[in-house]
Design a protein around this ligand. Structure first.
Ligand code: F6P
Length: 547
């Protein structure tokens, strides 16, 4: 069997040998022998501080990881991304989301054309449209001002805007309600519609393709709800859209001045910076959105210009590679200790796992490991559910703790931050036999903690549109660097397509055409048959709730 091209690199082999040696060293000892660890392994970038001193690394580890980053041509990858090179090779597309937050007078090209004039024009149109709604000048079909915004989308057309709008709730207009619908289970949209006045509601259909089944279903439900009350001509008053598929948006009946284009060089999970962020602009205002873009732009400048050794996204990315490939830690917990960041784990799940959940390199060569499993929740809630596994589970799981230092009630912040600092300390230190001298011997094993569990802590001076933009862009570039090291295409998502295709082909069967089940496996056929039986029974006696 030929060795994998990555593992034969001298830097890789040096890291493997180093990992074998470091496996024996406890983080407690690293702190004991190096009292300056915090200063050495933390990084402040304006209002954002990252502490990675509780990671199982030494200066040698970081040095070797940087050698690997150089050997994997991270600098060239970065240059290619900013140059608009079609780095999404399987779809022959650029991945130029950085253009969306480029507020400078700088040209950014795709296929030799500067995309910035169009990006600026769409930004200006978003601001104008949002202004009309905010000022009560965009009227519904019966002449009422819009007071409710419903974003209909899924994946990147949902998670990004929902997370950012939620995180910036303090900046939202109190007289505009904002809801997000993604699930094709009618239970979700019906619950939202029940609270709204149709005459004062605007739906934003956010879909890069305008073909996504869940989104088109929900958009049709919303359309029927509007037209049932106000007729067909109301669609032009009560819908806006963001899409690359302008034809489909027009065919839906959306007014031309309410359709906002996006481009194939923006991946769905990187699209919150585009017109997909329209709901944020309406709810929080164009100035707030601009500050959000400014935060992303500041991180872009840092990522683009800082040497790899002093580049925060690169450092965090390489620490992630260290875990995945050398310490066999293939998950990452995202733990915000700030209620407003509670949707960050969901956003990062898509960003990271849809980008780097890949099993082949760009040339089709299999790769043994790429992106980690991302999971998480608000840290306080997590402490009382899955943290047990983080502390005493047999396989260490690295953690990202995230909090802001200012804002909100001080007493609650004391409680939050005190807990967060304590958690990373406990994970790092553990509890040794010596600490348990007074514990009954039969309980000692249960009450001991190995510690030596890695975490990074990210501190925002304050949660603002700017720091939020910086934080999201930090993770985006981290994921990109990791994809570059692993040699995967971080910008396609073929794995998602198979599910979509099979669901389409099963449609006739779930609607009752059992002929369509002929070539299916017995499990799939059995499940569909169970569903059809239940449907038939329900039709026969609709009131029955089952045994
Ligand atoms: O789940 C696959 C995916 O293509 C995501 O990448 C994307 O964010 C989501 O579907 C929604 O796609 P669209 O914006 O085209 O409706």
């Amino acid at each position: 069997m030929t060795a994998h091209p990555l593992t034969t690199l001298p830097a890789w082999q040096a890291l493997a040998a180093h990992a074998a040696a470091l496996r024996e060293v406890h983080l407690r000892d690293l702190f004991a022998t190096d009292p300056d660890r915090f200063a050495r392994f933390s990084f402040t970038l304006g209002p954002l501080t990252a502490d990675y001193s509780k990671q199982r690394i030494t200066a040698e580890t970081l040095g070797l990881l940087m050698e690997l980053a150089h050997a994997r041509h991270v600098e060239a990858g970065r240059t290619a991304m900013f140059a608009g090179t079609p780095i999404n090779t399987t779809e022959n597309r650029a991945a130029l989301h950085v253009a969306l937050r480029n507020r400078a007078e700088r040209a950014l090209n795709v296929n030799g054309t500067d995309v910035m004039p169009e990006v600026r024009a769409v930004r200006a149109r978003m601001a104008e449209f949002a202004g009309l709604i905010r000022e009560g000048k965009w009227l519904g079909a019966t002449g009422k001002s819009i007071r409710h915004i419903v974003n209909i989308g899924i994946g990147g057309s949902h998670l990004g805007p929902m997370f950012v709008a939620d995180a910036l709730k303090d900046y939202q207009r109190a007289d505009l309600s904002l809801a997000f619908v993604s699930n094709p289970d009618r239970a979700q949209i019906d619950e939202v519609l029940a609270t709204l006045d149709p005459e004062a509601t605007l739906f934003i259909v956010a879909s890069k393709t305008f073909t996504t089944a869940e989104t088109t279903f929900n958009a049709q439900v919303a359309r029927a709800w509007i037209t049932a009350k106000m007729g067909e001509s109301a669609v032009a008053h009560h819908f806006a859209a963001i899409s690359t598929n302008l034809k489909a948006a027009a065919a839906f009946g959306i007014a031309e001045n309410a359709v906002f284009p996006m481009w194939d060089w923006v991946g769905g999970r990187y699209s919150v910076w585009s017109a997909i962020g329209l709901a944020i602009v309406i709810a929080c205002g164009p100035e707030v959105f601009d500050q959000f873009l400014a935060g992303g732009e500041a991180m872009d400048r840092h990522f683009e210009t800082a040497p790899l050794e002093q580049n925060l996204p690169v450092i965090l990315a390489m620490i992630g590679v260290w875990h995945t490939d050398f310490l066999d830690a293939r998950a990452l917990a995202i733990l915000p200790y700030d209620h407003r960041l509670k949707l960050l784990p969901a956003h990062l799940q898509q960003l990271d796992m849809e980008s780097n959940g890949k099993c082949v390199m760009l040339d089709g060569t299999p790769i043994t490991g790429s992106g980690p499993i991302i999971f998480g929740t608000g840290g306080s809630d997590g402490q009382h559910s899955f943290f047990q596994l983080l502390h005493q589970g047999p396989k260490p799981i690295p953690c990202d703790f995230i909090a802001s230092l200012k804002g909100g009630d001080e007493t609650s912040r004391d409680l939050l931050l005190g807990n967060m600092f304590a958690q990373s300390e406990a994970l790092m230190k553990g509890r040794t036999a010596a600490d348990l001298a007074s514990t009954p011997p039969e309980l000692q094993a249960h009450r001991s903690f190995s510690g030596n569990r890695s975490s990074t802590t990210l501190l925002l001076e304050e949660l603002t549109p700017y720091t939020l933009g910086k934080l999201i862009a930090l993770y985006e570039h981290k994921v990109f660097v990791q994809g570059t090291v692993w040699g995967v295409n971080s910008f396609d998502q073929w794995g998602v397509e198979l599910g979509k295709e099979l669901a389409k082909s099963l449609e006739p069967a779930v609607r009752g055409n059992t002929d369509a089940l002929q070539d299916r496996d017995s499990s799939t056929a059995g499940l569909v048959a169970a569903y059809l039986r239940a449907k038939a029974l329900h039709k026969a006696s609709p009131g029955s709730k089952g045994a």
